[in-house]
Design a protein around this ligand. Structure first.
Ligand code: AMP
Length: 215
């Protein structure tokens, strides 16, 4: 099972991708998580990516393709994967095609549809575990104990780029750079559009249905 999640920031990609990954027992590969890890560790990639991410811009394609290529080459990805946050540009989508040997794949692309006016509100209330990356929402899905991750007990914080200014830039980049990626997969007839509005369980049920329908 090879699944790509596409959606604007705050559309629920991370939450749903994590859940699908544990259900299907294939790795969840989030380029945002990989970059945040590199930033936290202060690696050369992290140092380059940090200011770009803080602004809500995109990290250069060649860097992203390099880390994804390396990650997909590891043995745990051989039986499948859930890609979250990649590809985000047409160049990345075309390179990914190349990594797969031009289309000999079982790729399914899920686009989560959430209107722009719902995004900013969602993101401002989003909180993320600083240690394990678990995602919460202060209204819809708060941690059981204030600011403490249910899963690992670490602190739950707002991501540095989850502020209104960066979110607006991320949305702009989504429309400009990532919507053409959805169109690219639509022409390949592997795109499944899923309504991303509503409780997490309902959206997940729609995702499951859309995957079954395509098999
Ligand atoms: P995310 O966690 O997916 O929202 O990603 C957070 C930030 O990491 C984005 O706003 C970008 O700055 C950067 N990023 C993540 N994935 C990519 C990608 N595929 N291409 C370029 N930049 C990325």
């Amino acid at each position: 099972m090879q699944v790509i999640f596409i959606g604007p920031p705050g559309s629920g990609k991370g939450t749903q991708a994590k859940r699908l990954s544990s259900q299907l027992a294939v790795p969840h590969i989030s380029t945002g998580d990989m970059l945040r890890e590199a930033v936290a560790e202060g690696t050369p990639l992290g140092l380059e990516a940090a200011p770009i991410m803080a602004r809500g811009d995109l990290v250069p394609d060649d860097l992203m393709v390099g880390i994804v290529n390396e990650r997909l080459g590891r043995s745990d990805a051989s039986k499948g994967f859930i890609l979250d946050g990649f590809p985000r540009t047409l160049v990345q989508a075309e390179k990914l095609n190349g990594i797969f040997g031009n289309g000999k794949t079982h790729l399914k692309v899920l686009q989560l549809l959430v209107p722009d006016d719902a995004i900013v509100k969602r993101i401002v209330l989003r909180r993320t575990c600083a240690n394990c990356g678990a995602i919460y929402h202060l209204e819809n899905n708060p941690p059981a104990k204030d600011s403490i991750c249910d899963r690992c007990g670490s602190e739950v914080v707002a991501r540095g780029d989850d502020n209104e200014q960066a979110v607006r830039r991320r949305l702009e980049k989504f429309h400009q750079d990532t919507m053409p990626v959805a169109a690219f997969y639509k022409t390949k007839q592997v795109l499944r559009e899923v309504d991303g509005i509503g409780p997490v369980d309902d959206v997940f049920a729609r995702i499951e249905k859309s995957l079954v329908d395509t098999e």
